[in-house]
Design a protein around this ligand. Sequence first.
Ligand code: KIV
Length: 267
Amino acid sequence: MAAGVRVPDILAKKQQGELITMLTAYDFNMARLLDASGVDMLLVGDSLGMVVLGYRNTIPVTLDDVVHHSAAVARGAERALVVADMPFGTCHCGPDDAMRAAARLVQEGGAAAVKIEGGHQIAEVVARLTDGGIPVMAHVGLRPQSVHQLGGFRRQARTRSDAELLLHDVKTLAEAGAFSVVLEAIPDDVAAEATTASPIPTIGIGAGPHCDGQVLVSYDVLGLYDRAVPKFAKQYAELGRHVTQAARQFVDEVTAREFPPPPEQPV
Ligand code: KIV
């Protein structure tokens, strides 16, 4: 897969029992750094709104925001498949509007696929985009764009009847043509059941170890954001601390007249 990850490679990984990895990216340079890790997919998630733009949730993120950041990520990603999030409100006015929005993400944003939050209600949109040549990653369980309806960022599918609804959603979305599905913040056993039943790869986030792949927000992984880190996220580095330390050292050295150093005196 050295030449670049394509949508069929993601499906093949599930068939071959290989685990899939995805991290979020929002800009050119971070996309280059993350791409070099060998991660399969870079998601220009609407988490952009929280970790980069400073909003309290993902709802204010616009299509223009995602197009702009996706284009930067696409310029930095040489190998990973770039997936761009369809922001709040872009696919609930019908398949034609959704197609227009998704086309911008692919055409201007350089994404190879789009991700859409929603269950069986978005099946028609998934079918329309897929027919139009735009691969769709679905997203069920905790759907941050529905934070108001869900009453907060809460775990989903905790009762048997809710779990059944989720399993039905995954089946419907796969039948509609989605090439993969994110399972966010659901019990491990429900994710395991969905993964076994689903013909398309499941990518988990806070959904336990039995999914076909895992995704995390890169700012959580790198320790760059501490405002609202979900319990299930794992921090692999503390870059935020290093950034503040380096900046503090710069401030100290400039104010102490240590940087820039005085010109060397001729001997
Ligand atoms: O926006 C995002 O970053 C996401 C991931 C958390 C899956 O949707």
